[in-house]
Design a protein. Structure first.
Length: 316
């Protein structure tokens, strides 16, 4: 194991010592690297908790359950909290309120689970440096809050568990390098970033079960095409967004009034800046045709050609 990984493991040992740690595990590269680091540092004192918040991609909870158990060999508890999250988000349209609500419930679930684990003292998270910069004023400086990340700005001021964030001052490429040193699989290391609040911030406006269902189908189809065309590892992120407006369309001889979805695909090195991907028109035309014809409730597809800055990668 290279010194980069060894140093990170030693720092965790110093901070945590022999205390019990609970990790919020999402299945992405950030939380997976965090899990392996802490597991190597304290072994059986780590318990990972995967919270199904009802805001995940199509079949993602089932897939992650297999992947995480298979790759990490770490103690993992799976908790279903779909109803709690969706009930709390009912009627909420403001993106910052969504993030705060999700962060609060996330912590409530964790504290409830922590009560079942005797002497748990720390919560571990895969927070990265870009998350910190966008959520709070970095190092007490003048940086403006761009948006709260659920694992930074969404945490309650008074939390019963201490925080362990070994990746807090790393960028994504550094985390992937660390993952390679730790021996994680390529599928985990190269998984595109997925936001902590999940599809809640890709459903613009109110989050409901029907709207989530539409977005899941679109997202699943889009990623299938992205991977099939060989673009997945070339893109920083690629995803769909369900807009809060509808448009008139024609299906056969009938008039429709259905949802509009936006496709977002960007290239980046560290998520601090990003440029929209110049995907071929033929590819986009095929994706649009499939979405409109195969996903009930969508009759228009648009492509986001905004870069960061001034736009953020996620819409909310």
């Amino acid at each position: 194991m290279k010194s980069f990984a060894r140093d990170a493991i030693e720092q965790i040992k110093t901070q945590v010592q022999d205390k019990k740690v609970i990790l919020g595990l999402s299945g992405g590269v950030d939380s997976s690297v965090t899990a392996v680091l802490i597991h190597k540092a304290i072994g059986k004192h780590l318990t990972c908790i995967f919270v199904d918040n009802g805001l995940l991609r199509k079949n993602e909870a089932a897939k992650l359950k297999i992947t995480l158990k298979q790759h990490l060999k770490i103690n993992i508890r799976f908790v279903s909290a779909k109803t709690v999250f969706l009930k709390a988000l009912k009627g909420v349209t403001d993106p910052e309120k969504k993030r705060k609500i999700i962060g609060r419930i996330f912590m409530d679930v964790f504290e409830s689970e922590a009560g079942k684990i005797k002497n748990a003292e720390f919560l571990a998270q895969g927070t990265l440096y870009p998350d910190v910069i966008e959520s709070i004023s970095a190092f007490g400086g003048p940086t403006a809050v761009i948006k709260s990340h659920h694992n930074v700005g969404g945490l309650p001021a008074k939390m019963k568990l201490g925080l362990v964030e070994p990746l807090k001052y790393l960028f994504k490429d550094e985390v992937r390098q660390l993952g390679k040193q730790l021996g994680l699989s390529g599928d985990l290391i190269w998984r595109q970033p997925f936001p902590g609040p999940g599809l809640a911030i890709r459903v613009i406006g109110e989050v409901t079960r029907p709207r989530l269902k539409v977005l899941r189908e679109v997202d699943d189809l889009l990623l299938e095409e992205i991977k099939e065309a060989g673009y997945y590892r070339k893109l920083w992120q690629s995803f769909a967004v369900l807009l809060p407006i509808k448009s008139v369309g024609v299906m056969g001889d009938a008039r429709t009034y259905e949802n509009i979805v936006a496709i977002r695909a960007v290239k980046s090195k560290d998520a601090m800046t990003a440029d929209w991907a110049r995907l071929p028109h033929k590819f986009l035309a095929n994706v649009s045709s499939r979405i409109i014809n195969e996903v009930q409730g969508v009759n228009r597809v648009v492509y986001d050609i905004s870069s960061k800055p001034p736009s953020t990668i996620e819409w909310e």
